[in-house]
Design a binder for this molecule. Structure first.
Ligand SMILES: *Cc1c(COP(=O)(O)O)cnc(C)c1O
Length: 497
């Protein structure tokens, strides 16, 4: 199993371990398999498999340079008692016409944990496998959830340091508290005066900065990434699509071979791309529905074939989806363009220089075969949270509500009766302000932890373990920097000067 870049100038193919440790390709592209795995999959085998079994299967396809034992140990460490549900990613029963795949039962209450509890294990074992003798610096831009989840996953993991850049005014109070309070001597969260796209663009630039790379090397350091640009982040996410299908089989909701649709609340396009990869591996996924919030650049893209990041940016009640440049779309474009690296490189250059690009008719037809898309504004999100609780007794967070709105509209408009799984990406307690307001019509008295209490009292339920733990943790002092000073801040943190 070898990996290469989506843009692929002249870079040599990498093993999985090399790609995971490195994170981003040298030419600024993203790693993808040279030959996509074509497992001899018998769908019967999926009946009732656990998430751990699904992960074992997926890792064996994508990371064959780690030993069985290394992979097993990693999965065991990642999916244990830090989850508040022993199924790890439980699939609900049929709720108001759909199933919800709940990915938020981990320590930081959002779906990023599924990958980021496993990635540190995979990365340290990959580093051993390739005989790396440097410390790994995980450099991350976050729209809110990746920051907390990567710090939790890498907390005090030997041989690693984590630096997280997050938008100063674009993350929720609970996300902020989570990021600032994760224990661990190897973690540094930094606020930037800018939005997620500023953070992500500058992080990409730091990754590609030759002189910085040399400075790091002189200090026995090297960058890697915990963003979904890292293929090691994506691979673990493929597993829960297989798990969900296996659950539907075990419950006789579908028969072997039946198609299933997934609606995925989307930001950086990592989660939904993992669903597309599951399909490519042979899972009968019929259609993937890409759900956006008010920052609906992807909805417009799938409808018109034009990707245009030049537009107003909104800070919404689904902050983890407030993104205008969805990095992982590049991996899908690679397939849409029939594997033409030059074409991908040229589209990405157009996006950088002109702020937009168009796909051609063949590429558009490819996208239409696999995907549909829609968006929900903030009022629709509040209404959906209210509706689902009142009608279906199901409580959802704003990100999941975006997907739920889009899924239901898709079903109405298309008449598509295929069973639908809605990917549920965050705990309602992670966004208590919006959830409380949606349910009661009233604002909370105070945001953050007090809002969690207020929501809990209203609902009259116990707090999940990851939520309860937040009340015992202290914030570290906040460090703030400008987007243009991210490089010097980083040098400072790593003592390169
Ligand atoms: C990150 C995130 C998303 C978006 O996932 P992508 O892989 O970036 O598309 C959706 N919901 C929540 C709660 C998230 O944390």
């Amino acid at each position: 199993m070898k990996y290469r870049s989506t843009r692929g100038a002249s870079t040599q193919a990498k093993t999985a371990a090399e790609a995971v440790v490195q994170g981003l390709a040298e030419d600024g592209g993203l790693y993808i398999p040279v030959d996509f795995p074509q497992p001899n999959l018998s769908l019967d085998q999926l009946v009732g498999i656990s998430l751990q079994q699904a992960s074992t299967m997926v890792l064996s396809w994508f990371m064959d340079d780690l030993s069985d034992k290394q992979r097993q140990d990693s999965i065991k460490q990642a999916y244990g008692s830090q989850w508040d549900d022993s199924r790890i990613t439980p699939l609900t029963d049929w709720v108001g016409g759909n199933y919800y795949l709940e990915l938020f039962h981990g320590p930081t209450l959002a779906f990023k944990d599924v990958a980021l509890q496993l990635l540190p294990q995979l990365m340290t074992k990959s580093a051993q496998t390739i005989g790396l003798d440097r410390q790994i610096v995980i450099l991350t831009a976050t729209s809110g959830d990746t920051g907390g989840a990567s710090m939790d996953g890498f907390s005090d993991v030997a041989g690693t340091q984590v630096v997280v850049f997050y938008p100063h005014h674009g993350v929720s109070p609970v996300q902020l508290h989570q990021m600032r309070s994760v224990p661990g001597d190897n973690l540094t969260p930094v606020a930037i005066d800018g939005n997620f796209d500023d953070a992500q663009r500058n992080v990409k630039q730091l990754f590609n900065d030759q002189s910085l790379e040399e400075e790091l090397a002189a200090h026995q350091l090297q960058f890697s990434s915990a963003n979904s640009m890292n293929i090691g982040r994506l691979i673990p996410q493929i597993a829960y699509y297989f798990y969900a299908y296996g659950q539907l089989l075990a419950r006789h909701e579908i028969a072997v071979g039946d198609g299933v649709n997934f609606t995925v609340p989307t930001g950086n396009f990592g989660d939904i791309l993992a669903g597309y990869y599951a399909k490519k591996l042979g899972l009968p996924v019929q259609r993937l529905i890409c759900a956006s919030d008010q920052n609906k650049v992807l909805t417009d893209f799938f409808h018109s074939g034009k990707y245009d990041r030049q537009r107003q940016f909104f800070v919404t009640n689904s902050p983890s989806m407030d993104i205008l440049v969805s990095s992982n779309l590049e991996r899908l474009l690679f397939d849409a363009a029939g594997g033409d690296k030059q074409r991908v490189a040229s589209l990405m250059t157009q996006l950088q220089n002109d702020g937009h690009y168009h796909v051609n008719a063949d590429e558009k037809a490819f996208l239409d075969r696999h995907f549909a898309a829609g968006f929900a504004d903030q009022q629709m999100v509040r209404d959906e949270i209210h509706r689902a609780y009142a009608e279906d007794h199901y409580l959802m967070d704003p990100h999941t509500a975006v997907a739920s709105v889009v899924a239901r509209r898709y079903q109405q408009e298309s008449g598509d009766q295929t069973p639908m799984v809605i990917v549920s990406t965050a705990s309602p307690f992670k966004f208590p302000e919006t959830v409380y307001q949606s349910l009661t019509g009233q604002a909370v008295d105070q945001p953050g932890l007090p809002a969690i209490r207020q929501l809990q009292e209203f609902l009259d339920v116990e707090l999940p373990q990851g939520v309860a733990a937040l009340f015992d943790r202290q914030d570290r002092p906040q460090r703030v920097t400008g987007p243009a000073e991210m490089g010097s801040t980083l040098r400072d943190i790593l003592h390169l000067n």
